[in-house]
Design a protein around this ligand. Structure first.
Ligand code: UDP
Ligand code: MG
Length: 138
């Protein structure tokens, strides 16, 4: 059970389209203005092996080849953010997976239109956050 008063950390990855479209500053600014604290940033490449570990639940999906090509095509900005109830708070700022359905006012709702190229990844549980931080930061 998650405790909504707990200070948590979460993993956020700005995907290649965020950099290509010049939206890195806008997205970081939204998380920062919310009151979340950035703890670490790391530019890095994502290999097919890292992509498969990160998206382990999705590798058998029909869309996975497209997702792999996208996430490995250029650098991503991996980051760790900390704050009260950070995992759920960041997921709400990010919005629904499909940007066409994401609420206006969310990152995907305001800047995205493609279900694969949806700008940002955020962990969906504290356990996933620790696993993903371990994959991207050694
Ligand atoms: N994705 C996709 N097609 C789909 C669903 C998801 O290409 O039909 C991609 C999209 O980039 C998404 C990622 O796979 O962000 C991970 O999917 P997940 O269901 O975990 O969504 P998220 O947690 O990112 O909202
Ligand atoms: Mg997910």
């Amino acid at each position: 059970m998650s405790d909504s008063n707990a200070v948590e950390r979460t993993f956020v990855m700005l995907k290649p389209d965020a950099l290509e479209r010049g939206l890195i500053g806008e997205i970081i600014s939204r998380l920062e203005r919310k009151g979340l604290k950035p703890v670490r940033f790391l530019w890095r490449a994502v290999s097919p092996e890292l992509a498969a570990k990160h998206y382990e639940r999705l590798t058998s999906k029909p869309f996975y080849p497209l997702l792999e090509a996208y996430i490995t095509r250029g650098p991503v900005l991996a980051s760790i953010w900390e704050g009260r109830d950070a995992v759920a708070v960041v997921r709400r700022l990010v919005g629904a997976t499909d940007p066409a359905l994401a609420e206006a006012g969310t990152i995907r709702g305001d800047f995205g239109l493609d279900v694969t190229e949806n700008l940002i990844h955020a962990s969906d549980s504290p356990e996933a956050a620790e696993r993903e931080i371990g994959l991207f930061f050694d």
